[in-house]
Design a binder for this molecule. Structure first.
Ligand code: NFC
Length: 570
């Protein structure tokens, strides 16, 4: 390995989709240049042209099976916005529960199954003392699965698994890497929770299966939700009855308990051993954006009615949260000067209502290799299937950390208090939030918030049903004859990975243009015409690597965003 050499990580694994990272390091092994690329394209925006807008949710939902349902929700909101369709209160509660359920599921799966092994050394767990592991687990939580025998049994199973030589998904981990800091007992406890979360996550998605018919890719509906409520037991139709409502309720209780007794204590324990590793802040201390989501009341998407915060912070000015307007052509624009698409004038960005998606796969003059076997990308030319979205020309970070930063800047106690409490427990200053670890911690805090909000909307739904309201859909404007000749609209959500919006133009009852600007499009964005780098690239800068031929630090920071490349390139 030669200092100064370019390091290529391709594919980046334990993410969704196809991603490549290249970095340059100095002789001191510190990253001085970072390049992130989405290496596969989907073309869903083009597939949508000419189709019935009422079907758009089902196509866009297939952009991704991980953030399953979130594109569908964004899509039905965009069509409802274009056609002026209002939904019933019960539909709003059920949509919120589905979206919050996705947050909880994604955050748990992301932490335990995609990210934890960047901090947890699986092999070191074999050396743990089960008794000491039990004492550690009982000192941090009242979670019942914590006896010495429980950890002993697990260790025996794990040892057999390792001795079999068939490590499966764990085969290529950088076990024993100098950047791992946990003692064996903390590693063993975390491995136990990895397995428990793997088992539990299949129960969480039952909420989607009940309200949306299945998971992944639950069903949605323009004008409401497709599940009918039948609580008196007499009707032939109606999937939602008391037994189903009680099952949803019990899963919600378990989500709250698992987050509070397992996930959050693990974050504190693991975080306490990595307090000195505060790299990876990137854009988070500078420019962040949140659209807001989870409307308290149906049909009002203004900031005051949204339970997740909305606004933009630019250049680290936490004293001013700027307002957002998805319809303003000057605010959100996508650039393609470094993306594999074509515009007439690539020095300019395009607002999504006027967005163009025309593929154009060419490599920059300094790329090495061929189009089908790239050795090194040229970041001076086109190098990614991800477009470069900007807010008033600024690259921004989106996601749970961005939401918590905006919420804290707005002095919202439900975001500020848990954040301050966590920082205090770890003995860290507020600035520590702007880091890889901060991103990981914000996701855990948000998981707890989302689980409790699910309880709130489930109770609200049950109270309305008890009061006699079983309405879940409004079909007044279902027939295209009732639509105007031309219409345009947008819908937005806060997907688990960040701010998501779709823009639609409808002409003669068919889709005339459809554009999605997705969380990982923001975070994984390549450079723009002015050379501004995106959130992934910014977060990798200035990170020292303990052993560059085993790029654990790159994975740690990239994983902290929970990238979804299928979404980003759509
Ligand atoms: Ni796929 Fe996504 C869509 C993304 O919005 N990025 O959280 C959401 O995937 O995971």
């Amino acid at each position: 390995f030669k200092p100064g050499k370019r390091i290529v990580v391709d594919p980046v694994t334990r993410i969704e989709g196809h991603m490549r990272v290249e970095v340059n390091i100095d002789s001191d092994n510190v990253i001085r240049n970072a390049v992130s690329s989405g290496t596969m394209w989907r073309g869903i925006e083009i597939i949508l042209n000419g189709r019935d807008p009422r079907d758009a949710w089902a196509f866009t939902e297939r952009i991704c099976g991980v953030c399953t349902g979130t594109h569908a929700l964004t899509s039905v909101r965009a069509v409802e916005n274009a056609l002026g369709i209002a939904i019933p209160e019960n539909a709003n509660s059920i949509r919120n529960i589905m979206q919050l359920c996705l947050q909880v599921h994604d955050h748990l799966v992301h932490f335990y199954h995609l990210h934890a092994l960047d901090w947890v050394d699986l092999m070191s767990a074999l050396k743990a003392d089960p008794k000491a592991t039990s004492a550690l687990a009982q000192s941090i939580s009242s979670w019942p699965l914590s006896s010495p025998g429980y950890f002993k049994d697990l260790q025996i199973r794990l040892t057999k698994f390792v001795e079999s030589g068939q490590l499966g998904p764990f085969k290529y981990g950088y076990w024993g890497h100098a950047a791992y800091k946990l003692p064996p007992e903390a590693n063993l406890m975390a491995v136990a929770h990895y397995l428990e979360a793997l088992d539990f996550q299949k129960d969480i998605v039952k909420i989607h299966a009940i309200y949306g018919g299945k998971n992944p890719h639950p069903n949605w509906l323009i004008g409401g939700v497709p599940c009918a409520i039948n609580v008196d037991g007499t009707g032939a139709v109606g999937a939602i009855n008391m037994e189903r409502l009680n099952l949803v309720s019990s899963v919600i209780d378990r989500c709250i308990e698992f987050t509070e007794k397992v996930y959050l204590p693990d974050i504190v324990t693991i975080g306490s051993f990595y307090k000195d590793w505060l790299y990876g802040g990137g854009l988070s201390g500078k420019s962040v954006m949140a659209y807001g989501d989870i409307p308290e009341n149906a049909n009002d998407y203004s900031a005051k009615n949204l339970k997740l915060p909305r606004g933009v912070i630019i250049n680290g000015n936490l004293n001013e949260v700027l307002p957002l307007d998805h319809a303003d052509p000057e605010q959100i624009q996508e650039f393609v000067s470094h993306s594999w698409y074509k515009y007439d004038d690539e020095s300019k960005g395009r607002h999504p209502w006027d967005g163009i998606t025309e593929p154009n796969y060419v490599l920059g003059p300094n790329a090495r290799g061929t189009k089908t076997d790239i050795k090194e990308l040229d970041e001076g030319g086109k190098y990614s299937w991800i477009k470069a979205p900007r807010w008033r020309g600024n690259a921004v970070e989106v996601g749970p950390l961005a939401r918590y930063i905006v919420g804290c800047a707005q002095n919202k106690p439900e975001f500020k208090e848990p954040t301050e409490k966590l920082l205090k427990t770890l003995g860290l200053p507020a600035s520590a939030l702007f880091s890889t670890l901060g991103r990981t911690a914000a996701r855990a805090l948000e998981c707890e918030w989302a689980a409790n909000q699910m309880r709130y909307f489930q109770d609200k739904l049950v109270a309305r049903i008890k009061a006699g309201d079983s309405s879940t859909a409004n079909i007044d404007k279902w027939e295209p004859e009732s639509w105007p000749k031309e219409a345009r609209g947008y819908g937005f959500t806060e997907a688990p990975r960040g701010a998501l919006a779709h823009w639609i133009k409808i002409k003669e009852t068919k889709i005339d243009n459809y554009q999605c600007v997705v969380p990982t499009t923001w975070n994984g964005s390549p450079r723009d015409p002015k050379g501004n780098i995106g959130a992934f690239e910014a977060a990798l800068m200035d990170t020292p690597m303990a052993a560059p031929e085993q790029p654990l630090e790159i994975l740690r920071t990239i994983h902290s965003f929970d990238p979804c490349l299928a979404c980003s390139t759509h």
